[in-house]
Design a protein around this ligand. Structure first.
Ligand SMILES: Cc1cc2nc3c(=O)[nH]c(=O)nc-3n(C[C@H](O)[C@H](O)[C@H](O)COP(=O)(O)OP(=O)(O)OC[C@H]3O[C@@H](n4cnc5c(N)ncnc54)[C@H](O)[C@@H]3O)c2cc1C
Length: 344
């Protein structure tokens, strides 16, 4: 972005998630900012706190997750929900959406987040198998637990595949919802990117004490259906089986970079729209923030880093010279009732 003294008139944000919300909030903090911002999101909801999604499994109201809506009452902003941007025409500086509308931009901000992954094994999409990325996903798991436990006339047996933070929180929420929970982890310990063996053992002990089973060094090779077609068991590489009425995959995310890829922007071979530390892509009129972006060869995977990028991008468009200061690695939170602090 060469001219940083006069803010661009038409700012178009693709994606109405956590990074987009923070971006708009930061932009509007300057009451004199002569900007018009259009945010297009493909979910039916306005931006919400995705990191609190597991609460829906234990009865938290979806309304409680919504992020501050006052930002969208500002005359300079409009939020378009339930529409998806399908194409970017960089030469005309226009995007086209699923509803066949076109929106032009001076600056485009890609804040499209990630897809939740599943392991690539037979049966991974059977009824009873879920990911947890959106409000709809969380409501589907909650409704399935209700209906399936009624149909079977007993509490469900649940398996969470993936022993990272998201997996542990999901297992704890299932446990709270009355589903017997087992975490199946391919690595040799829980939270391998954050904890050494001793710390992971403490965490494992605390989970087992509250009734959550943990299987490490376990690779799932197949999911089997029962007569109704719903998942009923997992088969592992060592030949053993485990019964399961419900499976949730928490095995990582894949950046939603398809728009950028199709528009010819630079995309990392492992995924993610490549940006510099001002969040600018290979097209100076297009920025990328949050989990869709790849900075310093790495994609963002936490809200704190997504927010930091949003702040940098907004400040940049208002004429500031902020730079992204690096990925946030510190964790200090309570996971499944266990206080966890990781530094460095
Ligand atoms: C269950 C769960 C728990 C988590 N817990 C934590 C936690 O404890 N701590 C933490 O730091 N982080 C956590 N995270 C991660 C955190 O939520 C993300 O880092 C954050 O949401 C990233 O923000 P984002 O705006 O980049 O992506 P998102 O919030 O995913 O927003 C992207 C939005 O763009 C929309 N979109 C995509 N493509 C298009 C298109 N073409 N047109 C229109 N709209 C589009 C998507 O549907 C989505 O609504 C968690 C995530 C999940 C799923």
């Amino acid at each position: 972005m060469k001219d940083t003294t006069s803010p661009p008139h038409e700012i178009l944000v693709v994606g109405a998630g956590m990074a987009a919300h923070r971006f708009v909030e930061r932009l509007l903090r300057d009451p004199g900012a002569a900007v018009r911002v259009t945010v297009i999101g493909d979910e039916g909801h306005g931006p919400y706190d995705r990191s609190a999604l597991v609460g829906v499994l234990t009865g938290r109201e979806v309304e409680d997750l919504q992020l501050d809506r006052t930002v969208f009452r500002d005359d300079r902003v409009r939020l378009i929900r339930d529409d998806r941007v399908l194409r970017i025409d960089r030469s005309a500086r226009v995007v086209r959406t699923r509803s066949r509308r076109s929106y032009s931009y001076d600056v485009l901000v890609l804040a499209t987040g990630s897809f939740a992954g599943r392991v690539a094994v037979s049966g991974a999409r059977l009824p009873g198998c879920f990911v947890l990325r959106t409000i709809e996903d969380a409501e589907s798991v909650r409704d399935f637990v209700d209906s399936r436990s009624r149909a079977l006339g007993r509490p469900l047996r649940g398996v969470v595949i993936g022993g990272g933070q998201h997996g542990i929180e999901t297992a704890a929420a299932l446990d709270d919802a009355g589903v017997g929970a087992t975490i199946v982890q391919y690595a040799d310990r829980l939270l391998p990117s954050l904890l050494d063996e001793a710390a992971a053992d403490v965490l494992r002990g605390a989970l087992e004490e509250r009734g959550i089973a943990v299987r490490t060094r376990t690779r799932t090779t197949r999911l089997d259906p029962d007569d109704s077609g719903a998942v009923t068991a997992l088969e592992f590489q060592d030949g053993t089986f485990q019964r399961a009425d419900l499976v949730v995959f928490t095995v990582g995310v894949r950046p939603r970079d398809e728009l950028a890829r199709n528009a010819g922007l630079d995309v990392h071979p492992q995924g993610g729209v490549i940006v510099d530390d001002h969040c600018t892509t290979s097209d100076p009129r297009i920025l990328a923030i949050g989990e869709a972006a790849c900075v310093d060869g790495r994609c963002v995977d936490a809200a704190a880093s997504a927010y930091a990028m949003a702040e940098v991008a907004a400040a940049r468009l208002l004429g500031g010279g902020e730079r992204f200061g690096g990925h946030r690695r510190d964790v200090h939170r309570t996971i499944a009732g266990v206080d966890l602090a990781c530094f460095g």
